[in-house]
Design a binder for this molecule. Sequence first.
Ligand code: 5GP
Ligand code: MG
Length: 179
Amino acid sequence: MSDNITIRELEFVPLLSEKQVQDRVAELGEALTERYGGSNPLFISILSGAFVFASDLMRQFRADCEVGFVKLSSYSGTRSSGSVQTVMGLEKELKGRHLIVLEDIIDTGRTLHFFLDHLRGQEPASICTVTFLRKPDAAEFPVQVDYVGFDIGNEFVVGYGLDYEGIGRNLPGVYVHNE
Ligand code: 5GP
Ligand code: MG
């Protein structure tokens, strides 16, 4: 396995190798092809972190499909709910479509919780969620998760689309901060 890395003075140790990641993405692609092949699903990649996962996973989907990208930003102005998500960039018609939502990582679940609410309002035929990583111990918001690449501990990770202060997204494997 590869060596430890340092990003802006923080040390990270290898958690998942490139091969582990690629093998799992191939399995997910196969499962999605079985379930959605022939229905021209719309993959929705949540930017920025999920773009690497989306790119690899789509190419393991062996049937027609489309892809769209969405950027979510949160405002913490409302005291009651704590957070409001706005959705930018999703210009496709979602009504009647089979949606496959792709996330890089589910931490508290806040991002996906609000986004799924938004999508349900657009009357899609179905919604499926796929996350590359999930931190089960950090869950605070209820979210429907249909496929998980890997469950990990409640620790900060980088690589495969995930960054630390902008760095690390291009790493082919996943690294965890060594505390
Ligand atoms: P949630 O809304 O589930 O709390 O958080 C999800 C978002 O927080 C992810 O899409 C990601 O941008 C960020 N995030 C959560 N945990 C990590 C982590 O361990 N590393 C990195 N780089 N980002 C994380
Ligand atoms: Mg994200």
